[in-house]
Ligand binder design. Structure first.
Ligand code: SF4
Length: 290
């Protein structure tokens, strides 16, 4: 179900930009996400989304964004894609993300897009224009296997389309990298998967790869994930029941081995494992004669 709502604000401001994604303002144009990844953290109770399948469209988002950007004195990175995907299928017709990018370009703000969709290519020229200030596109890819991605991320384009999006953006001069996260214990935490993703990232000329060899698991997110795991493979669910003891995050039991492999391969192929941040322009230097 899709519903239009009026939002009160559109940007959430963090006290400090985080050290990984360098995001200072988080922008969510929708609530809920049509990609329906079985492990999605946004199902957690703390986010107060009653039904994650229902998509709420913030119909006044663009006016709010314009009004809020006008008031910000110090420009810093706007991030989108952490609570829902800015290129979920509804975006094709609604074009909220596209219109928001137009406003971000107009106001000259740096931008970080996180997505699992090759629909981001539709806005290539806008992102390229924003790149004059700063733009980066992080494409999340958790498995190199299209068939598995269709099961664990059922509403999103399969992984091969996402690698292709990274390649096209990179070749077109837009910085694009890969978020290899989450790595799901007993599902995607194999050496074969990590090696295949890094190989394909290299082919796609990814500007960086950031991994997380584990996942969060809390309340509604965990219930949904376990339910889907049980439908997918009862043996894997049995492993969670044996090794997971109710903690907030669950790391892969082979994370040290995978992390060492990851570092060695990225070093060999010279793929950075950090995202370069937006560099604020220096303060103007005043002289006696100004
Ligand atoms: S794309 Fe992101 S926000 Fe959407 S369901 Fe998947 S993990 Fe959640």
């Amino acid at each position: 179900m899709q519903q239009f709502v009026k939002a009160k604000t559109i940007l959430s401001r963090y006290k400090e930009a985080d050290g990984w994604f360098h995001i200072k303002y988080s922008m969510n144009l929708y609530r809920g996400c049509q990609h329906q990844c079985i492990y999605c953290d946004s199902r957690s109770e703390c986010y107060h989304i009653a039904n994650f399948e229902d998509i709420l469209v913030k119909e006044n988002a663009i006016e709010l964004l314009r009004a809020e950007l006008r008031k910000i004195k110090e420009k810093d990175t706007i991030g989108t894609g952490s609570m829902n995907d800015p290129y979920m299928p509804a975006e094709r017709e609604l074009e909220l993300t596209r219109r928001a990018l137009t406003v971000i370009k107009e106001f000259g703000f740096p931008l970080h897009i996180i997505t699992k969709s090759d629909m981001v290519l539709r806005d290539y020229q806008l992102i390229k224009d924003i790149s004059r200030v700063y733009a980066t596109v992080s494409v999340t890819i958790t498995t190199a296997d299209d068939a598995l991605s269709a099961i664990i991320e059922p509403g999103a384009p399969v992984s091969s389309l996402r690698f292709e999006a990274v390649r096209k953006l990179s070749e077109g001069g837009v910085r694009a990298g890969i978020l290899l996260m989450p790595v799901l214990p007993f599902v995607t935490d194999t050496e074969q998967n990590i090696t295949a993703i890094i190989d394909k990232a290299r082919d796609a000329k990814a500007a960086y790869i950031l991994p997380a060899f584990g996942m969060t698991l809390r309340d509604k997110q965990r219930d949904y994930f376990f339910d889907k795991l049980g439908q997918m493979d009862k043996n894997i669910l049995a492993k969670y029941q044996k090794y997971y003891h109710g903690q907030y995050s669950f790391q892969s039991p082979v994370q040290n081995k995978l992390s060492a492999l990851f570092s060695a391969l990225c070093k060999r192929y010279n793929i950075p494992t950090r995202i370069p941040p937006y560099q604020k322009p220096d303060n103007p230097q005043f002289t006696l004669f100004d």
